[in-house]
Design a protein around this ligand. Sequence first.
Ligand SMILES: Nc1ccn([C@@H]2O[C@H](COP(=O)(O)OP(=O)(O)OP(=O)(O)O)[C@@H](O)[C@H]2O)c(=O)n1
Ligand SMILES: C[C@](O)(CO)[C@H](O)COP(=O)(O)O
Length: 229
Amino acid sequence: MSWAVVPAAGRGARFGGEVPKQYLEVAGEPLLAHTLRALCAHPGVDGAVVVLAEGDARWPGWAEMAGKPILACVGGGERADSVLAGLAALPESVRADDFVLVHDAARPNLHPDDLTQLLERGRGDPVGAILAAPVRDTLKRAGDDAGIDATEPRERLWRAFTPQLFRRLQLSRALEAARDEGVAVTDEAMAMERLGFRPLLIEGREDNLKVTTAADLVLFEFLVSRKNP
Ligand SMILES: Nc1ccn([C@@H]2O[C@H](COP(=O)(O)OP(=O)(O)OP(=O)(O)O)[C@@H](O)[C@H]2O)c(=O)n1
Ligand SMILES: C[C@](O)(CO)[C@H](O)COP(=O)(O)O
C-alpha cells in the first residue's frame, strides 16, 4: 500500500476565472473530490495528503474519502515546493524507503487499472515509475512568430502523466537538490533524472487528462457523463 501526495495549491492561471480549477464542480462535486476518490477507492492506496494554497478558504476539510484518511498541509509557490511540503506532511508511519504516489489534483480521471499497473510494476523497479503515453502527433518547434521553425523527431518521446511513484526520502532529497540548485522541475521524475536515475515509463490511458484549460474541463464532463449515463 502507498500514501499519495496530491498537489492542489495551484491558482489555475491558464484556466482563468475566480475559482481555482481544482474546486470547479463536475457532476455536483469539485474536481478535487473526483481526484481523491479515484486514488482512495483503490485498494493499493493508504490515504492522501492534499497540499493546499496558503489561505485556501474553499478546502472542505474532508477527513476521509472512500474510507481512507485525508490529511492537508500548505504548499508553496511552485508545484515542486508543494510536493516537498506534502512529502513532509506524510504520517510518521510512512517510512523513508516506502513508495509514495504524487498525483495532480488537476488529473481527476485516473483509471484504477492504470494505478494498479503503476503500483505493481513501479514497486518492482529499483527507482520508481510514472504513468505516461507515447507522443502520437507530429511535433513542431515554433519560431518567434506563428511560423514553424522545425519538425522535432518524436521517436521515443513520451508525455508524462501522474501519478508518479518514488520512495519518500529519495524523492524528497531529489526535489531539495533541484530547489537548492535553482532548477525548476516540472515533475518528480525530472528531479530523479537529474541525479542519474532512470524511472520506468508505464503506458497509461490517454484520458488521464490534466485539466489546464476550459476545453479540458468540457472533456472531463463528457467522460464523467459516460460513466454515469
Ligand atoms: N504552486 C503550485 C502549483 C501547482 N500545484 C498543483 O500542481 C498540479 C499541476 O499544476 P497545473 O496544472 O499547472 O495547475 P496550476 O498551477 O493551478 O495551473 P496554472 O499553471 O495554469 O496556474 C495542480 O493540481 C496544481 O494545483 C501546486 O500544488 N502548487
Ligand atoms: C506533473 C505533470 O502533470 C506531468 O505532465 C506536469 O508537469 C504538470 O505541469 P504543470 O504546468 O504544473 O501543470
